[in-house]
Design a protein around this ligand. Structure first.
Ligand SMILES: [Ca+2]
Length: 203
């Protein structure tokens, strides 16, 4: 009897932290904050620097703004989830366990890492991470001979050879003037962030 009680106690103590941890993860899993949405196509995204800094749009097509993004991510503890639908109707998720936007003095540089998901491939980290933000009137891209934001009709973190994705392109166009990820055109995108707590078990 004595041994049985101790056995149960030890088993109980061993399981207790695991149970608490699982419950805490459920309870503290924070809500996503959407900062980019292209759903209805009624808002022009081919805009200048000031608009991208301040934000624009409506509940169907929005850009929260670079200054807000910097404030929300400057502690370095946010994750990023991107949902996309291609023009062929394929649903993709691209997740990044690390997402941070630098200050305005560094042109809102993107730092992104830790790709997972079912999107065709990691089109964001390799080509756009560590790149400053560019708009048609503010060329900070990594392509000397081209204004990538003008060529691709939207503000983005364009990298070498303008990079490999732009979710802020023209909603009503396809290929590299539209919204694109790798070699695919998109008809929907949503980018959202939250504090890193709930990475396991969800794509
Ligand atoms: Ca350039």
């Amino acid at each position: 009897m004595f041994l049985d009680i101790w056995f149960l106690l030890i088993i109980g103590l061993a399981n207790y932290p695991l149970q608490i941890r699982a419950e805490d993860e459920k309870k503290t899993c924070p809500a996503w904050t959407v900062f980019q949405l292209r759903d209805c196509g009624l808002v022009d995204f081919f805009r200048g620097w000031d608009d991208y800094v301040k934000g624009f749009g409506n509940p169907g097509d929005l850009w929260l703004g670079l200054e807000s993004l910097h404030e929300m991510t400057k502690e370095g503890d946010m994750e990023l989830k991107i949902e996309m639908i291609t023009t062929d109707g394929i649903y993709w998720v691209a997740r990044y366990s690390g997402f941070r936007i630098g200050p305005g003095s560094d042109k809102y540089r993107l730092l992104v890492s830790g790709f997972s998901g079912n999107a065709s491939y990691d089109a964001l980290q390799y080509w756009s991470s560590n790149q400053q933000f560019s708009t048609k009137d503010a060329d900070h891209d990594d392509t000397l001979t081209i204004n990538c934001a003008s060529r691709h009709e939207g503000g983005w973190w364009f990298g070498r050879r303008c990079g490999s994705c732009n979710l802020n392109g023209n909603f009503n166009k396809t290929a590299y003037n539209g919204m694109w990820w790798g070699a695919s055109s998109l008809r929907f995108s949503e980018m959202k962030i939250r504090k890193r707590f709930c990475l396991a078990g969800e794509i």
